[in-house]
Design a protein around this ligand. Sequence first.
Ligand SMILES: Cc1cc2nc3c(=O)[nH]c(=O)nc-3n(C[C@H](O)[C@H](O)[C@H](O)COP(=O)(O)OP(=O)(O)OC[C@H]3O[C@@H](n4cnc5c(N)ncnc54)[C@H](O)[C@@H]3O)c2cc1C
Length: 405
Amino acid sequence: MTHHPRGRVLVSGASIAGPALAYWLHRFSFETVIVERAPSLRTGGQNVDVRGAGREVARRMGVEDAIRAATTGEVGTRFVRADGRTIAAFAAGTSDSDGATAELEVLRGDLARLLVERTVDDTEYRYGDRITRIDQDDDGVTVGFEHGPDDRFDLVVAADGIGSSTRRLVFGEEPEIRSLGLETTYGTIPRTASDDDWWRWYNAPGGRSITLRPDPHGTIRAAVSVVTDRRRERAGSDRGDLDAVRRRLHAVFGDAGWEAQRILDGFDHADDLYSEAIGQVHAPRWSDGRVVLVGDAAYCASPVSGMGTSLSLTGAYVLAGELAAHVHHRDALRAYERIMRPYVTRAQRLPPGTPRLANPTSRLGVAAFGAAVRVAALPVVGRLGARFATPPAEAIDLPDYAHLG
Ligand SMILES: Cc1cc2nc3c(=O)[nH]c(=O)nc-3n(C[C@H](O)[C@H](O)[C@H](O)COP(=O)(O)OP(=O)(O)OC[C@H]3O[C@@H](n4cnc5c(N)ncnc54)[C@H](O)[C@@H]3O)c2cc1C
């Protein structure tokens, strides 16, 4: 059945983890097919960070310079009042470029595009389809699709995000998806003359926050967030149809002030809306026979961790490397989990109060948050804060697989 020396792998999801995995699998002589539910590559979302080990993996993929060239040109973060006046400003240089630990920020969609461009010649991409059936036997996996005919693989990888339906198909019972009690919707809106290159952050009472960020494409990336009841909320992405999401946003943010109305109008026409109830995936195991999870499907740490993309890049690298290093997939999947678990555990540990502290509910809370960011803007506090809040991006010894590729 196998045409390639090391086997044929099906990957579900073409965002960050999927294409990164395809890159490394090809380097290690696997044949790879990616199936993506969306009809074409999804370009939505805001900046994601490529840090520490994730950045080292990007370097080993030869994509680091391209990421740097695609950065958004954001000059810093500015907290604003309803009338647009600045409460406090943090220039990008003070927290982002601490010598060697300077990190890369890139739009999620641009990073996905860079990874797909580097794999499209050697990987078969099947858009507009998804896995509906997985039958494992001793020699491989037979996979059924919503549209395409059945196909046969040596291994199946779920890289289809926090709400992975492949994970559900295989494991039956869902892993714990821990809600952080915040719902965020991202979208791209037209840039106007009043926009600048700051990340502008506005808090409204009711646990609402609104942000605007520049992008390198002449448009503006907007996000609106609202705190929710985390005990009743189920974390996940893209729930419900987008018109229902738009109606809900109008109801929740209609009276929020600042640029809310402009953003709601923009979202009515945006074709890249992405809505998620922020949460973390805590799966007790990442594989079942010949099916394995990678990226958010396995260990989503949430956007507030700043680690999602680095975990995905690192996880893809380690999974492919271990598959190449072992004869039997069972040993490879065990090694993948052993190497990645401690890193994931560290990344999922969030500072106390996250993300509610930054989304206060009362007027008093909003004012207190404003006062706190004003204090934090003092240079010395800013530097200390950046150290304290820096995610554990280096907390893994990346194996070297160069001899295998
Ligand atoms: C459109 C979009 C916008 C995002 N915006 C942000 C952001 O602004 N900030 C942030 O921190 N994180 C954002 N994220 C999440 C971020 O990409 C991830 O946290 C991280 O990069 C890990 O990526 P991943 O590849 O594991 O999963 P994801 O990035 O979630 O990608 C999963 C992919 O699988 C596809 N998919 C889902 N179900 C199926 C299925 N059944 N079959 C086939 N394909 C399927 C999805 O369409 C998507 O392309 C966004 C994700 C998406 C999809």
